[in-house]
Design a protein around this ligand. Structure first.
Ligand SMILES: [Fe+2]
Length: 258
């Protein structure tokens, strides 16, 4: 996977999302998800199934703004699927999680851009508007019988938190499905490690420590632990790679001549 390919994925997804928005705005009665888009989603999930956590950065460093909807959705899906693989879920389950994660914020297409792109902290009223996206997305997808039910539920419940402080339905503990907990953690991690108009991106380790602090009350700590393992393995392999590069550089600087 190269950054160019990641940028292309984001560009194509972005075009499909625009298409959905325009079809819906022209006629809410019409079928808004074209056959081509449904096929694209399947292909994208198959691709993400073979993509590793290391490629997350490529989807962030592409020419698209790091917090744009298509980029955030692809990264959240990639991370959620990595977590699901660690949990040794079945391929069909990982697919359902990926599908829900790719579409989890689709409701934001219908929110005012001036609130979504506001370059500073949102007011309480504006935040209430943002909160409607999970219900809007759910209503939009609930009628789509080609989508698995659990994927649609992810769209509705990815902001629910274990202590009931989430939204839209203030679900508690076991009322939040495993898929929704996984996407909830992936979503938070990507939001924290992406640049916002009002703050820089946090690094992986710092973001993870912050999530871990909150996790016993809000997020599933088993899933947070898995996220920690994935990050640790990734950091370790990056460190090893950096050491190998440094070693090669030294060898090149001091060639051994017999
Ligand atoms: Fe969301």
């Amino acid at each position: 996977m190269t950054e160019k390919k990641a940028a292309r994925d984001i560009y194509i997804f972005s075009n499909y999302l625009n298409e959905i928005y325009h079809i819906y705005m022209m006629s809410a009665e019409q079928e808004i998800f074209t056959v081509k888009f449904r096929m694209y989603l399947k292909r994208m999930i198959a691709k993400l199934m073979d993509t590793s956590f290391g490629d997350l950065e490529k989807y962030r460093n592409s020419n698209c703004a790091s917090n744009c909807l298509p980029g955030h959705s692809i990264r959240t899906a990639l991370l959620a699927m990595c977590i699901a693989k660690e949990l040794e879920l079945k391929k069909s389950e990982i697919t359902e999680i990926g599908m829900g994660a790719l579409l989890h914020d689709i409701g934001k297409l219908f929110l005012p851009r001036e609130i979504l792109d506001k370059p500073c902290k949102l007011s309480e009223i504006e935040f209430d508007v943002i909160k409607t996206h999970s219900e809007i997305g759910f209503q939009l997808l609930n009628e789509q019988d080609w989508l698995p039910g659990p994927s649609v539920q992810i769209v509705q419940n990815h902001h629910e938190r274990l202590d009931g402080s989430g939204y839209p339905n203030h679900l508690l503990d076991d009322q939040i499905h495993l898929y929704e907990r996984i996407v909830g953690v992936a979503d938070v991690f990507d939001a924290m490690t992406s640049k916002r108009n009002y703050r820089e991106a946090l690094n992986y380790e710092f973001a993870f420590r912050e999530i871990k602090k909150e996790s016993p009350l809000l997020l599933d700590d088993r899933i947070v632990l898995i996220l920690g393992n994935i990050i640790e393995r990734y950091s370790h392999s990056r460190k090893e790679l950096a050491e190998r590069v440094e070693m090669r550089r030294k060898i090149c600087r001091y060639p051994c001549v017999e």
